[in-house]
Design a protein around this ligand. Structure first.
Ligand SMILES: Cc1cc2nc3c(=O)[nH]c(=O)nc-3n(C[C@H](O)[C@H](O)[C@H](O)COP(=O)(O)OP(=O)(O)OC[C@H]3O[C@@H](n4cnc5c(N)ncnc54)[C@H](O)[C@@H]3O)c2cc1C
Length: 352
């Protein structure tokens, strides 16, 4: 989460096309195949030779983005608790916990950018605020005055919904000799690893896997299950040894032995709980703006939500650069259509 404290901090210092291409791997092919859990026989369902997909390791992307920021812009180790607006709406005051000192501090800012992810607590406060204000406020949009019908838009304001599935995930570094044999054997079955993204379907489940740069094998296994009990607002769940053991047993029943070996060699697999949310009518209000998953949590099958987060930040930075801090409201009005546009294209991709 970033707090913009002074005009000199405003403006993204990166463009989407300037990302280090040396960290990005081009995957030209997509293969969908089905594996029979009983016989362990796989067959190809479809293949796309012009997939044109690019993949980057999350940590590499994070390093690039973080490296592009001014050194003092991120205050690490603060946990957002709440925010309030100055009466004249000139500033926003954020209450945050200094995790090292264990004390609560106030941070006054020109703008609060909520980039706190899918289960955003800022979005929850934001929706409450909108609900309260819209009951009594006249809203002006597209130069037309109208009253926002809170009842009609209740559905749009509701919180994220559990999508009825979770994902086991992990990375295997096969440049490490200990694991290279498992990947060499796997490549006999999946010879295009390194240039192909594989979807492997089995009864009521599927895996997605591909190789990233530097011999990192990226694995995601989607499973239908009741909503786990998450603590805090991270969608990544810590898993016990027992849960990992059960997952390995389930893998043995579902996937070919060569693939099971790779899954078992993945150290510290983790579980993501997946949520979705109906599009919000508005993603900015006075001096707060939502970006990324906080603005539009989506299920991961469009393979593009990080792109949307980065694009949001890029567009927000450009708008702020153009309009400057004195004209934040004009700047923020300009980001709204982008959010809508991205959400529409998201539905197109998922429905395609
Ligand atoms: C299984 C799975 C597969 C995916 N695959 C892809 C893919 O292939 N391609 C793709 O583009 N996207 C993919 N995604 C989506 C992608 O991970 C998210 O869209 C992306 O991480 C969203 O970025 P964000 O910065 O908006 O939020 P996040 O990455 O969730 O970051 C939010 C940050 O806010 C912090 N935070 C939360 N609350 C507070 C607080 N109160 N105070 C301070 N900090 C706080 C969190 O610690 C976190 O660091 C996938 C997601 C899942 C679950």
């Amino acid at each position: 989460m970033t707090f913009l404290k002074s005009p000199s901090n405003i403006g993204c210092k990166f463009g989407i096309l300037q990302f280090g291409f040396s960290s990005i791997l081009s995957l030209g092919q997509l293969q969908n195949q089905a594996t029979d859990g009983e016989t362990k026989v796989s067959r190809t369902l479809t293949r796309d030779e012009n997939f044109n997909f690019r993949a980057a390791y999350w940590a590499d992307l994070h390093k690039l983005l973080y490296g592009a920021l001014p050194v003092d812009i991120v205050l690490w180790g603060y946990f957002f608790l709440s925010f309030s607006m100055y009466d004249d709406k000139s500033k926003v005051k954020v209450e945050a916990k200094d995790l090292e000192m264990g004390v609560t501090v106030d941070i006054v800012a020109d703008l609060l950018i909520a980039a706190d992810g899918c289960l955003s607590s800022i979005r929850q406060s934001f929706c409450q605020l909108i609900n309260e204000q819209m009951k009594s406020t006249r809203i002006c949009r597209n130069n037309q005055n109208f009253y926002f019908n809170i009842e009609a838009n209740k559905e749009r304001m509701r919180e994220e919904k559990y999508s009825d599935y979770c994902a086991w995930r992990g990375i295997l570094d096969s440049s490490n000799k200990e694991h290279s044999e498992a990947i060499i054997i796997l490549k006999k079955l999946y010879p295009d690893l390194g240039k192909c993204l594989y979807f492997d379907l089995s009864a009521a489940t599927h895996c997605v896997f591909y190789e990233l740069l530097n011999h990192r094998f990226n694995w995601i296994w989607y499973i239908n299950q009741p909503e786990p009990n998450l603590k805090g607002n991270s969608v990544t769940m810590k898993v016990s040894e027992n849960l990992v053991q059960s997952m390995h047993e389930e893998a043995e029943k579902t996937w070919v032995p060569e693939f099971v070996r790779v899954i078992k060699e993945i150290k510290k697999p983790f579980l993501n709980v997946i949520y979705d949310c109906d599009p919000l009518e508005q993603i900015f209000w006075d001096k707060e703006v939502l970006i990324g998953d906080a603005a539009h949590p989506t299920t991961p099958h469009g393979l593009r939500s990080t792109n949307m987060s980065i694009l949001d930040a890029d567009v927000l930075g450009k708008c702020l650069e153009k309009w400057e801090v004195e004209n934040l409201n004009s700047a923020l009005k300009n980001i709204s259509p982008l959010g809508c546009q991205l959400l529409r294209s998201r539905f197109y991709i998922l429905g395609d």
